[in-house]
Design a protein around this ligand. Structure first.
Ligand code: BGC
Length: 775
């Protein structure tokens, strides 16, 4: 792969950059080239001096330009599909007239690494021709891998990563994503999603780490460390962008970008903690929730953006809006009577950069607001300083192009292995009646269902296109489940529904042909149905019904009617309700959206080359009208189904949070607490013995819960406070230790304070529990 040398120093204009600053940066680059994975801390004094100098020489027009982010589509000729064709007039408008600070996104397809280098070069060449030579910050959605670079490695979506209970895996995947992004010349990634997945019908549920705040926090922080820990100027890092702050994931009607009504105690208990932790972990940037909470659009919410995020959490990084969300304060939310008023509100609330993204209206209105005195110039200086600082920290002022040495970090064979490990660790076995699984490799199998021949369902959103549903965009080497089955069993042992391409598309009638299914089942030992969801992203993924569609259920019924044992593989980002067909399957494997190596991972589990260990990061509902997270309030446990009969089974999901089977069995014993009385500054040690009681080795995830038995606000039944994962050989056992602190006992009280109240608590692991008092 061609390495593109820095062109920066060839350029005539080097702006107002002073010699000593350039010298510092040059020596940093040399060091970075020698030690490509190490971060090189740029002296913050040098950066602050440079920012002041730049700010002093910038016009208001240049400042509002820096706060403007436009879509790539604004500067290219979109009618040219084969390559990225820049339109000189549009380029001139964006990069010279408005001097925008940032550009985002791709064309409708993924670009090759080389194409990206060209795109970045064209943009930066133009930006550097301006008198101040401020480079452009390019932002991209590299979600579960580098979405928009051809042949990049795509990992399972977060919902599957959370099932792995392995933050180290999340961190490693983020680092590979950072390296493949940086290899493409991209340094700012709009990831990770820290939205707490409280509402499984929400179409962005697959992008979440599930329904538990602690799990979201642990995994989210691991992702941020993976993206940033080498230092933003390293070729192995990108600036992360935690999103979407805050309360996006629990809309009233379950649809994308619709109002949420969230009580403050819930916001503070469930939704804010992952963001607070991400700020503490040093996340460079944040993106705002497009929707509203309690009627107030978050983009205009000064309390959340400034009082909480900046002042209480101490966030000093860049606040970027989401797509078109400033003008939507006028066009959709209707809290601003004009687009100009919308700009005033969002800036007043605290945003630094507007993802406009189709025009320059934000810059025009902001300029006008500053000139008229309605927005103070000092206010925009604060945002511009933040933007310039990030550009400097990312090394863009030194070399805004794809960096030497970065391209070799693309597509390394080891990444495929990690994608496979991640997919394997996410696989969650939900049912295994009579130990039907693993299947014999000598078996004859009919593999049917709409996900058998498709790559979209294995990958979900943000996969070489926004929706992930363009099969032609997937690398030729990516296997379908059918291809992986044939590789494992031999083509002669795998029956399928029809010859391709009759069954290629998720909706192809050939996938639902009951007659063909019945006929082809005649000579096989098992029927494996690959069911679930087509690929979808954001609003187009909206559902009115969480049930698995009827045509898939009909297929399951027809399969069961043949009398052959039936296995379901569920490739889905959301828990689609299957209560009525669940009894028809002897085995059920939940694969989520497992990414590039998903087909192999599924096949390895089905045929026993891997012993599954994933556990649910959400409560898998049984009924559409009964969607309840595991950490519901104690009152939700109680049901009065007849006038005088009380039962205590209010939580009755199909499968509970934390559920997942293995091909071996594990037993817990000897749960011990180091104290029965815990004081303010005490640490409570918890130990438990875990034994592999089956006959094969396996990984096992262990979730530890704490319950506060009485509290001034009716408590949750239990809360996840720690998790870990062990590997145990058959028959072996291990003592696992956890340490709990005061903050693991806290809850948010009616005054929105995190408190621990004296009283009784229990710690539980599996079916064991022990009690202690806090005082
Ligand atoms: C999504 C964001 C994404 C942005 C840029 C928006 O529609 O909500 O998650 O980062 O587009 O593509």
């Amino acid at each position: 792969m061609e390495l593109r040398p820095s062109k920066y120093t060839d350029h005539k204009k080097v702006g107002n950059m002073n010699i000593s600053y350039r010298f510092i940066l040059c020596s940093l680059v040399v060091t970075a080239m020698l030690f490509p994975t190490q971060s090189v801390a740029v002296s913050s004094d040098a950066i602050e001096k440079q920012i002041s100098q730049l700010l002093a020489s910038m016009t208001i027009e240049q400042k509002v330009g820096q706060m403007t982010q436009v879509n790539l589509g604004v500067i290219i000729d979109k009618s040219v599909k084969k390559h990225v064709h820049f339109d000189p007039e549009k380029l001139n408008m964006a990069l010279h007239k408005y001097q925008v600070g940032s550009i985002l996104n791709s064309t409708s397809r993924a670009l090759s690494v080389e194409e990206w280098h060209e795109v970045i070069k064209t943009i930066q060449d133009e930006a550097l021709k301006n008198d101040l030579s401020i480079p452009v910050l390019y932002g991209i959605d590299a979600i579960h891998g580098v979405t928009y670079t051809k042949d990049s490695t795509l990992f399972p979506h977060n919902i599957g990563m959370a099932a792995s209970r392995n933050p180290e895996l999340v961190k490693k995947a983020a680092k590979i994503t950072a390296m493949e992004a940086r290899a493409s010349g991209l340094r700012w990634n709009f990831d990770p999603v820290l939205d707490n997945g409280r509402n499984p019908i929400w179409p962005r549920f697959p992008e979440t780490f599930g329904e538990d705040s602690y799990l979201v926090t642990s995994m989210g922080v691991a992702a941020i460390n993976g993206y940033e820990e080498d230092g933003l100027d390293s070729i192995t890092a990108v600036a992360s962008c935690m999103k979407h702050y805050v309360g996006y994931s629990d809309p009233q009607n379950g649809k994308d970008r619709t109002p949420a009504y969230i009580p403050d105690v819930v916001l503070w208990e469930q939704h804010l903690p992952p963001f607070k932790a991400a700020v503490e972990a040093g996340a460079a940037t944040i993106m705002i929730n497009s929707a509203s909470i309690n009627g107030m659009p978050v983009h205009a919410n000064k309390y959340l953006l400034t009082d909480v995020l900046r002042d209480q959490f101490g966030f000093e990084g860049l606040i970027v809006t989401d797509w078109e969300d400033v003008i939507r304060l006028h066009t959709r939310h209707r809290i601003a009577e004009s687009p100009r008023e919308a700009v005033r509100m969002a800036v007043e609330a605290g945003i630094d950069m507007s993802m406009v993204p189709h025009d320059f209206s934000f810059a025009d209105h902001l300029l006008d607001l500053v000139k008229s005195g309605e927005v103070n110039e000092a206010r925009i200086d604060r945002s511009v300083a933040i933007i310039l600082r990030l550009k400097m920290e990312l090394g863009l002022f030194d070399n805004p192009y794809a960096e030497p040495g970065a391209a070799k970090n693309f597509g390394q064979p080891a990444y495929r292995q990690l994608a496979l490990d991640a997919a394997l660790e996410s696989m969650t076995l939900l049912k295994n009646q009579d130990d039907i699984l693993p299947l014999r490799k000598t078996a004859k199998v009919l593999l049917a269902g709409p996900a058998a021949h498709n790559l979209g369902p294995l990958h979900g959103s943000w996969s070489y296109s926004w929706q992930g549903d363009v099969e032609a965009n997937y690398p030729k080497t990516t296997q379908t489940i059918f291809a992986a089955f044939t590789e494992k069993l031999g083509a002669e042992n795998v029956e399928t529904m029809a010859a391709e391409p009759a069954v290629k598309g998720f909706g192809s009638p050939g996938n639902y042909d009951i007659e063909a299914l019945t006929e082809r089942a005649a000579n096989v030992d098992y029927i494996v149905l690959a069911l679930g969801e087509r690929a979808y992203a954001e609003s187009p993924g909206a559902l009115d019904d969480l049930n698995l569609p009827d045509n898939q259920k009909a297929l399951a019924r027809a399969a069961a009617a043949t009398g052959k044992p039936v296995i379901f593989i569920l490739t889905q980002g959301r828990p689609r309700i299957i209560r009525d067909i669940e009894p028809l399957a002897k085995g059920i494997l939940l694969a989520y959206q497992p990414g590039s190596q998903g087909a192999q991972a599924i096949t390895d589990v089905i045929f026993g080359d891997y012993n599954p260990a994933g556990v649910l990061p959400f409560s898998y509902p049984q009924y559409t009208g009964d969607i309840l997270p595991y950490d519901h309030g104690v009152l939700a446990e109680i049901q009065q189904l007849k006038p005088s009969v009380i039962t205590y089974n209010g939580y009755k999901p199909q499968w509970p949070f934390g559920f997942g089977l293995s091909y071996t069995t594990f037993e817990y014993s000897d749960l011990q607490l180091s104290k029965s009385m815990v004081g303010e500054n005490d640490q409570l040690e918890v130990s438990v013995l875990v034994k592999n009681t089956g006959d094969r080795a396996g990984h096992h995830a262990i979730d530890l819960y704490v319950s506060d038995l009485y509290a001034s606000l009716s408590p949750a039944v239990r809360k996840l406070r720690r998790f870990t994962k062990v590997h145990l050989e058959a028959g072996s056992s291990k003592t696992i230790k956890f340490a709990l602190n005061r903050e693991d006992l806290e809850f948010v009280n009616a005054d929105l304070q995190r408190v621990v109240e004296p009283g009784e608590f229990t710690v539980s692991i599996g079916d064991l529990s022990e009690t202690f008092r806090f005082q």
